[in-house]
Design a protein around this ligand. Structure first.
Ligand code: MG
Length: 261
């Protein structure tokens, strides 16, 4: 397997926006709203439910909380959530497909609350799933915590990337290269890009007030991916399962603060 060692990219002249305490307060509120909606969706996403039904509930709940769906209409994306099943990595489009026992399903939701964006994703097992698939989900979840732990003032951005890749590969799985985490706040996607791979000690230093959406996408087999004909849905090149977890976090004087918990 070819391992990419690209450092996190920050083009010259681009800066990572720092959020004030007032902005962080709004992001905390938005993060709580998002977490509440996600908890509700996780209860609802069981065998027999269609992905469009989950999406409709998501949009209703987001709007009830006086927030706006961030993905709907973004570059033409048609739905409130991305729902990605089994070999789908990210950006699955909700439709009539019904969740079945044995699936794993990733729910990815971004919202705009009072002008500030937060973004989170979780992968759920629908009923009982194969042991190795269950392990994939657990490793991806833990990889997110390993990445978040590195989000400290004075660390390098790529320390997050390295921690995720190292943890994932030590369990025999692979990290997706085509999609990366991102800064977030006044926009859904801000500087910097946060790859889930790379050497440590590279790229910009982390500073107080940075807000980052860290999101490991982990494949059971090859890291390689392709995009389906709908122009959105990314799937694994080998058809094996993929999992995805994401939190929006803030870099603070007290260490990483998860906003979407
Ligand atoms: Mg994201």
């Amino acid at each position: 397997m070819k391992l990419s060692v690209l450092p996190p990219r920050l083009e010259p002249g681009k800066v990572i926006p720092l959020k004030s305490e007032e902005e962080l307060q709004v992001l905390r509120s938005g993060g709580k709203v998002l977490a509440k909606v996600m908890r509700h969706l996780q209860q609802f996403a069981v065998a027999g439910v269609s992905t469009i039904e989950i999406d409709e509930l998501a949009e209703k709940l987001v709007r009830q909380e006086n927030a706006l769906p961030a993905f709907k209409g973004y570059k033409g994306f048609p739905a409130t959530i991305c729902v990605s099943i089994d070999e789908e990595i990210v950006h699955g489009i909700p439709d009539k497909r019904i969740l079945a026992e044995g699936n794993i399903v990733s729910l990815d939701l971004g919202i705009n609350y009072q002008g500030y964006f937060t973004d989170a994703a979780v992968t759920l097992a629908v009923g009982r799933v194969e042991a190795r698939v269950k392990k994939l989900v657990e490793v991806t979840k833990k990889a997110l915590s390993e990445g978040i732990k590195q989000a400290r003032i004075g660390s390098h951005l790529s320390d997050i990337s390295y921690a995720i890749q190292n943890y994932v590969e030590s369990h025999g799985f692979s990290v997706v290269r085509q999609f990366v985490g991102h800064g977030i706040g006044q926009n859904l996607h801000e500087e910097p890009e946060i790859p889930n791979f790379g050497k440590s000690n590279q790229g910009p230093l982390l500073k107080k007030g940075m807000v980052l959406a860290i999101e490991p996408m982990v494949n059971m087999g090859t890291w390689e991916s392709k995009i389906l004909d709908n122009g959105w849905t990314a799937v694994t090149a080998d058809g094996l399962a993929s999992a995805h977890f994401e939190h929006t976090i803030a870099v603070t004087e007290n260490g990483p603060e998860i906003l979407t918990n």
